[in-house]
Design a protein around this ligand. Structure first.
Ligand code: NAD
Length: 486
């Protein structure tokens, strides 16, 4: 007898998705369709914006900037809190919509939607007061943080709403206005949020335009945009940097990663297998900071591998709208095919596959949890950012060798070290070339915690006052009394 499994989602509100430009709903003659990655069924159509739409959005943002930049901190704080309220009022509908368009199960959707609300409320408390750097009674020097103007925000498909909020909140709080473009794979939550935002913000302060990759490129070339805040792949980040040169746009680039985890021999493999599993497979590994290479000391290698395989076998991979699903599908066909190709390479290279390895012939972009046993360091599954649930587990004997191998990558986003001896772990952490290193934990973020990549994982910082300051120009004002006539 087939047991029916319970579904948690409410019906998604039936709506026609529209862009938000100058406070108004704007549709387009051209549309595309968002696909549910668990079923490959269409969810809803959305507008494909053209260059005229972008010009209108930039014009609206430029006009709004003239008054928004002069609002007080408390007015902006209220606005951000209002944005958080708009999401909170529609919490359940956002969860369902996010799972339907992105694929993640309810727990992941709660983390992202709840996180979006939390980030808006916390960034609302941040500010960068003027600094008096010199005052000798005669000469006074003040450093100010002034807004840049119109910010272009460009986001990927793995955390569509949260990563948009990571840009919107500091950009607006610093007194800028914004044109935001979501990924064409996951535009719906962002478009809906853009519409709700118009209940709270003056027209033109936040404009949301949707479209293909070319729309992103037009943004990076647009002379009316003063800064691009981009999250996406390293390859696209390089293109963004090139075209941003036209008017010397400021840039924050949060790019790819190939994060190592190093496990020292003093851990209890059974106790940490679960944490290490989720370090790698959270969001079906479509996570810039997922553990993508797991280095394990040879003394505990076999026990940890066995514990990981045992735990992985208990994890339910299915449609995220089913209550007991723990991992959903990959978000889109392009990514699914990329990961299938990587799996074929593992077979062709005769890597030992401990679990998974072969996608089932079903509807939806599902890849089985795949664990690879000690492949060579130069194999594709070690060198490339899989961005899918394929984890190479690598054996090491000597910690210096593990550190060298962990650092032997063009990426430098994050890393983790696991040990019963925190001091020993710290010594390893300090030698890793990564923007964030977690010790005995993973994926802890905060509005007050600086996040950014080293090497080709990006430039600039999101979150914290460092992140807020990236949405500002620095202005120095130097004054002294006018000299009187002798
Ligand atoms: P992507 O680079 O393909 O696309 C990201 C965004 O850029 C999309 O909105 C896309 O439409 C737009 N875009 C595409 N071409 C463009 C161009 N020439 N100019 C301007 N914009 C353009 O990335 P993706 O596949 O959506 O996301 C996956 C990648 O994002 C992974 O590499 C992942 O590691 C990275 N990522 C990084 C972080 C981080 O914080 N460092 C977070 C999430 C994802």
């Amino acid at each position: 007898m087939k047991i029916e499994r319970a579904v948690w989602g409410n019906d998604i509100p039936v709506r026609e998705y529209a862009m938000s430009i100058n406070g108004r709903r704007i549709t387009s003659d051209n549309t595309d369709v968002a696909i549910n990655p668990a079923t490959e069924q269409p969810i809803a159509s959305f507008p494909l914006g053209n260059l005229q739409h972008l010009d209108q959005a930039v014009d609206a943002a430029s006009a709004a900037f003239l008054t928004w930049r002069d609002t007080t901190i408390s007015e902006r704080r209220k606005a951000l809190e209002g944005l958080a309220d708009q999401i909170e009022k529609n919490y359940e509908a956002f969860l369902t919509l996010l799972t339907t368009e992105q694929g993640k199960p309810r727990a992941g959707a709660e983390w992202e939607i709840g996180g979006s609300i939390y980030w808006l409320r916390e960034i609302a408390k941040q500010s960068l007061p003027e600094e008096v750097v010199r005052d000798d009674g005669e000469n006074r020097v003040v450093t100010r943080y002034t807004p840049i103007g119109v910010i272009g925000g460009i986001t990927p498909w793995n955390f569509p709403l949260l990563l948009a909020v990571w840009k919107i909140a500091p950009a607006l709080m610093a007194g800028n206005t914004m044109v935001l473009k979501p990924s064409p794979y996951t535009p719906l939550c962002t478009l809906w949020f853009g519409e709700l935002a118009q209940n709270v913000l003056p027209p033109g302060v936040l404009n949301v335009v949707s479209g293909g990759n070319e729309l992103g490129q037009w943004m990076t070339e647009h002379p009316g945009i003063g800064k691009i805040a981009f999250t996406g792949s390293t390859a696209t980040g390089k293109r963004v940097m090139q075209s941003a040169a036209s008017n010397l746009k400021r840039l924050t680039l949060e790019l790819g990663g190939n994060d190592p985890a190093i496990v020292l021999p003093d851990v209890d493999p059974d106790a940490i297998a679960k944490d290490l599993f989720w370090a790698s497979f959270q969001n079906s590994s479509q996570f810039c900071v997922a553990t993508k290479r797991l280095y394990v000391h040879e003394d505990i290698y076999d026990r940890l591998v066995a514990a990981l395989v045992d735990y992985a076998r208990t994890v339910q991979v299915d449609n995220g709208l089913l209550v007991d699903t723990q991992l959903g599908p990959l978000q889109n066909r392009m990514q699914y095919e990329k990961v299938c190709n990587l799996l074929q390479d593992c077979v062709a290279e005769q890597h030992r596959v401990l679990l998974g390895g072969v996608p089932a012939d079903t509807k939806g972009f599902f890849i089985p949890i795949t664990l690879i046993d000690n492949p060579p360091d130069d194999s594709r599954c070690v060198v490339e950012e899989a961005f899918g649930p394929v984890l190479p587990i690598l054996k090491f004997r000597d910690i210096d060798d593990a550190v060298r191998r962990a650092n032997d990558t063009e990426y430098g986003l994050a890393a983790s070290v696991w040990s019963a001896d925190v001091e020993k772990a710290q010594a390893v952490a300090r030698r890793l070339e990564a923007g964030t290193v977690w010790i005995n934990q993973i994926h802890v973020f905060g509005p007050d915690i600086a996040f950014g990549g080293h090497k080709q994982s990006g430039m600039g910082i999101e979150n914290s006052l460092h992140g807020l300051s990236e949405y500002c120009n620095l202005q120095t004002i130097m004054e002294r009394p006018l000299a009187s006539a002798a």
